[in-house]
Design a protein around this ligand. Structure first.
Ligand SMILES: [Zn+2]
Length: 343
C-alpha cells in the first residue's frame, strides 16, 4: 500500500514537473513584472531567519513554501510550489529524509542563475539517535517478507527506517549554535543575490544573533540551576540538538521524524515509570499537537505532574504565524516550560 503511494507520488511529481516546465518556458524574465528578487524557503526556522535578515526591504519577496500548521514530514511540493522554486533567485532547503523531494525537484527543474542553499551543509549535524523510550515505526513490509523484493521495495525500506546508520538528524535548528550558523549562512546568501544591501543584511543578522544569544543565556541559566536532567515527551521528539547542546537527557514516545502521535500502552507505561522514578513534574508535547496523551499521562502520574507544550520550531501553528511569532519569541515561551520541567 505504501509502495503504491510512493510510486503515485513520484508519478505525480513528474507530471507536475512537466507542467511547470511548460509553464515557465514561455516566461523569460524570472523576476516578472514586480522586478522583486524572490527568496523561497522550505522550512520554518530558515524562513524566520531570512525574514529577520531581509527586514523591511520591499524589493525582496520571501515565500515560506510549506506554510504554517503543517507536518514538515508529510509535505510534498504542489505544482505552484514548483513554479515558485523554479523562479526563485534564492532557494533554501534542509534536505535529508524529511525533504527527500528537494533533490528530485532540483534535478528535474531547469534553473539558471539561482542561488541554492542546503542549510544542513552549513551546520554541525549529528546522526539520528535512538531516543530512550521511542517506539519503532511500524515496518510495512513484514508481511511481505516471503515475497521477492524488487529495487523499489529496497529503496522503500530504507525510507521506512529512521535510524539508519549515517542518516543525519534534520532538526538542526533547535540548538542556538546551529541557529546562529544558519543566520550567518543565510545572510551571506542574501549578499550574493543582493550585494547592494549587504550592510543592511549584516546589521539585521547581527541584531537577530544577539537575540538568539540572549535567549540562549536565559536557557543556560535555567539549565545551570536544574535539579534534574531529563525532559519527557509524550510525543515525537525533534529536539536532539537542543538536548545535546544543553547536556540534558530525554525520554520520548517517538523519535523526531515519526508520523505517529498515539503511543502504545507499553510506551505509556514506560514513560510513566520513568517519570515516577525520577519525579518528573512535566510531561511535554510539541506544537501542532493538542496534548491529550500528555495530559492523560500527567493525570495518571498525579502529584502535581502537568502536561505542557514545548515549541520545537519544527513548524508553527497558523495562529502563531499570524501573530508574528519568531524562533526567538517561541524559544522565550519555552523558558517557563523548562523552568518547571528542570528546576
Ligand atoms: Zn521532524
Amino acid at each position: 500500500m505504501k509502495i503504491k503511494k510512493i510510486i503515485l507520488s513520484i508519478v505525480a511529481i513528474l507530471i507536475v514537473v512537466a507542467v511547470v516546465f511548460a509553464m515557465v518556458r514561455g516566461s523569460k524574465n524570472r523576476n516578472g513584472a514586480s522586478g522583486k528578487l524572490k527568496v523561497v524557503v522550505s522550512n520554518y526556522a530558515s524562513y524566520d531567519f531570512l525574514r529577520a535578515i531581509i527586514g523591511d526591504n520591499e524589493n525582496i519577496e520571501l515565500t515560506f513554501l510549506m506554510g504554517p500548521g503543517k507536518n514538515a514530514h508529510s509535505y510534498d511540493p504542489t505544482a505552484q510550489d514548483l513554479v515558485k522554486i523554479q523562479e526563485a533567485d534564492l532557494f533554501v532547503y534542509v534536505g535529508g529524509e524529511m525533504e527527500q523531494w528537494s533533490e528530485k525537484v532540483l534535478d528535474s527543474l531547469e534553473r539558471d542563475n539561482q542561488e541554492v542553499i542546503c542549510i544542513a551543509d552549513f551546520v554541525d549535524t549529528i546522526e539520528e539517535k535512538e531516543v530512550d523510550g521511542a517506539e519503532e515505526e511500524e515496518h510495512h513490509h513484514e508481511e511481505d517478507e516471503e515475497h521477492e523484493h524488487n529495487d523499489e521495495d529496497e529503496e522503500e525500506e530504507e525510507h521506512e527506517h529512521h535510524h539508519e546508520e549515517g542518516a543525519f538528524d534534520e532538526h538542526i535548528w533547535t540548538s542556538p549554535k546551529n541557529a546562529i550558523k544558519m543566520v550567518n549562512t543565510l545572510e551571506e546568501a542574501m549578499e550574493k543575490i543582493d550585494g547592494g544591501n549587504a550592510e543592511k543584511y549584516k546589521k539585521n543578522a547581527e541584531i537577530y544573533i544577539n537575540k538568539i544569544n540572549e535567549v540562549d543565556q536565559k536557557i543556560r541559566a535555567i539549565v545551570d540551576n536544574k535539579v534534574r536532567y531529563r525532559l519527557i515527551f509524550a510525543d515525537k521528539m525533534p529536539m536532539q540538538y537542543f538536548i545535546d547542546y544543553y547536556g540534558l537527557e530525554v525520554t520520548a514516545a517517538f523519535n523526531g521524524c515519526s508520523t505517529e502521535t498515539e503511543p502504545s500502552a507499553k510506551t505509556i507505561a514506560y514513560i510513566e515509570s520513568v517519570a515516577k522514578k525520577e519525579k518528573i513534574p512535566v510531561i511535554l508535547y510539541i506544537e501542532l499537537n493538542d496534548g491529550r496523551v500528555a495530559k492523560t499521562i500527567a493525570d495518571e502520574i498525579g502529584n502535581g505532574c502537568e502536561a505542557m507544550q514545548i515549541q520545537t520550531l519544527h513548524n508553527v501553528s497558523l495562529d502563531d504565524f499570524n501573530n508574528g511569532e519568531t524562533w526567538v519569541s517561541l524559544m522565550n515561551k519555552n523558558l517557563d516550560v523548562l523552568r518547571k520541567a528542570l528546576q
